[in-house]
Design a protein around this ligand. Structure first.
Ligand SMILES: [Zn+2]
Ligand SMILES: [Zn+2]
Length: 234
C-alpha cells in the first residue's frame, strides 16, 4: 500500500540501466547491472589512480604523472566511465535524476574506505559556473558530496567557486582543456581552509585538468593538501 512519502516521492520501480522491474531489495539499479560495472582494479598509478594493468607489479606512477607536477596528493575513482556507470551518470546529470547521487556516493565512500587516506577537514564539491548550474538545476558534485558528508561525517566547504564560464570541454584535448581552465576557479572564505586537509569531489575524472586547477587554487588559498575522489574515470 502506498504511504504519504511514496506519493510525494514516487520511486521508479525499474532498473535505470536495463529497465527490468526492481526486486524489493534493489534501489535504482538491479543487482545484475550493478555487477556489470567496470570497477577500477589495482595496480593503479599512485598519483592519478589510472588502472595500470597487471604487467605493473611495483608501486609506481603512470608515464604521464611521472612527467608532470600535479598539485593534488592523490586522485582515485570508483569505476571506468563506460557501460552501466556511464549510464548512471548520464541519467543523474542530464535526465536530472537526483536520487542517483545516493547510489554513486555510496560507491565513492566504499572506494575511500579501502584507501589509507587521512581524515579530511572538508569535502569540497567541484563547482559549476552559475550559468551552467542554472541550466542543469543543480551541481552534481555538490549532491554527491552532500550524500558522502552524511556517511563520512565531514562538512562541505562551498568556498571554491567557478568564476569563468567555459564551453563543454568534452571535445578538447588535454592541453586545450588546461588552457581553457586557467583562472577558472577562485576561493572565498579562505580562512576556513587555512592549513586544512581537503577532499575534492567530482563525478568524472577525464584528463585531470579540472581537478588540477581546483587543487592549485585551493593550495594557493592556504590549505594543507588536497585529495581527489570521483565516481568514474574517463
Ligand atoms: Zn538492470
Ligand atoms: Zn597517473
Amino acid at each position: 500500500m502506498l504511504n504519504f512519502f511514496d506519493i510525494l516521492y514516487p520511486q521508479k520501480p525499474y532498473c535505470i540501466s536495463c529497465n527490468k522491474r526492481l526486486k524489493p531489495n534493489e534501489y535504482i539499479l538491479c543487482n545484475e547491472c550493478n555487477g556489470k560495472i567496470d570497477v577500477i582494479k589495482p595496480p593503479v598509478c599512485l598519483k592519478c589512480g589510472r588502472e595500470l594493468g597487471f604487467s605493473y607489479q611495483r608501486q609506481t606512477t603512470c608515464s604521464e604523472c611521472s612527467k608532470s607536477h600535479l598539485h593534488f596528493v592523490e586522485a582515485r575513482a570508483y569505476g571506468h566511465y563506460n557501460g552501466v556507470l556511464k549510464k548512471l551518470i548520464y541519467e543523474f546529470k542530464y535526465k536530472r535524476r537526483r536520487e542517483v547521487s545516493k547510489v554513486l556516493s555510496e560507491k565513492m565512500v566504499k572506494t575511500i574506505n579501502r584507501l589509507d587516506w587521512p581524515k579530511f577537514d572538508w569535502l569540497v564539491p567541484t563547482p559549476l559556473h552559475v550559468k551552467r548550474q542554472r541550466e542543469r538545476g543543480f551541481n552534481q558534485s555538490e549532491l554527491l558530496a552532500r550524500e558522502m558528508s552524511k556517511v563520512l561525517e565531514t562538512s562541505l566547504f562551498n568556498g571554491l567557486v567557478r568564476v569563468k564560464y567555459t564551453e563543454h570541454q568534452t571535445l578538447l584535448d588535454k592541453s586545450s582543456r588546461e588552457k581553457n581552465l586557467e583562472g577558472a576557479f577562485d576561493v572565498i572564505k579562505k580562512q576556513d581552509i587555512n592549513g586544512k586537509r581537503l577532499l575534492l569531489v567530482d563525478d568524472v575524472y577525464t584528463t585531470g585538468a579540472t581537478a588540477e586547477q581546483c587543487a592549485k587554487s585551493l593550495i594557493k588559498a592556504g590549505c594543507r593538501d588536497v585529495f581527489v575522489i570521483t565516481c568514474a574515470r574517463g
